[in-house]
Design a protein around this ligand. Sequence first.
Ligand code: GDP
Length: 300
Amino acid sequence: EEGLEKTKENVFGKLARAVAGKSTVDTQVLDDLEEVLITSDVGVETTVNIIERIEERVARDKYMGTAELQGILREEIAGLLEENQAGDGASFDLPEKKPYVIMVVGVNGVGKTTTIGKLAAQFKAAGKNVVLGAADTFRAAAVDQLVVWSERAGVPIVKQGMGSDPASVAFDTLQSAVSQNADVVLIDTAGRLHNKVNLMNELGKIKRVMQKVIPDAPHEVLLVLDASTGQNALNQAVEFSKVTEVSALALTKLDGTAKGGVVIGISDQLKVPVKYIGVGEKIEDLQVFDRKSFVDRFFS
Ligand code: GDP
């Protein structure tokens, strides 16, 4: 129970406790800081990286006051996110050449369909022509759900029957997008990570078939992760990056519990930019990830 209480406490409070009654950052403070980061879902590897960077600063400057620690930690975390180009505050840049093809991957239940719907609505609001492709043909519900989102967002969808070849759906979608002179295509895919070889083959085939229509497609592979699952999201990110090349991340359900420390660990370990965050179930609840406001919130 005590462990639960600890994770509920915010980073600011945890840090304050770690440095209580101390004026300089010593080994004990660094140990406590390590615990603060790990209980905030930052992940062990990234936590160790951050602690090492702070240790180097202490060694170099021969002194660090506890009063400075929060500021220094902020700098290190912001620096880490910046290195990975996470949260540049920009949506996907749509180039002149179109359509821009975004293949969306992720395990079932993480919010993949919802994120596609929200993204479609944002692109449409920005005056772009969007086409959705329902290439998760494995679950009947997946296609139905995407149809619902296409109606909500007011954008066309290309689909076939359940059990049809996902690559064939992707092919049709791209052909349709080209003939409509669409700006952006969002392709939904199946997310059976427990069947890694199949998934790798399927995503590989979807890519190859899409390239028959648009040789450099997909332009982005967006991995959707559920941030509320903490270390599970991190593990999925690592596994998915073995199955396909991931170019951008969307982290959903950040409206829920935590302060999203997992965002830091995932961007550090994948070296892939976090582009979007989901902050609710409604169509408008998708934000372009902004590094600065994320760091502010993490420490508040
Ligand atoms: P998929 O199986 O990955 O396509 O997942 P869905 O898009 O169907 O989403 C699964 C559930 O998560 C649904 O109940 C969504 O409403 C919910 N969901 C998706 N994104 C968010 C989010 O950012 N915040 C919250 N609170 N719920 C979300």
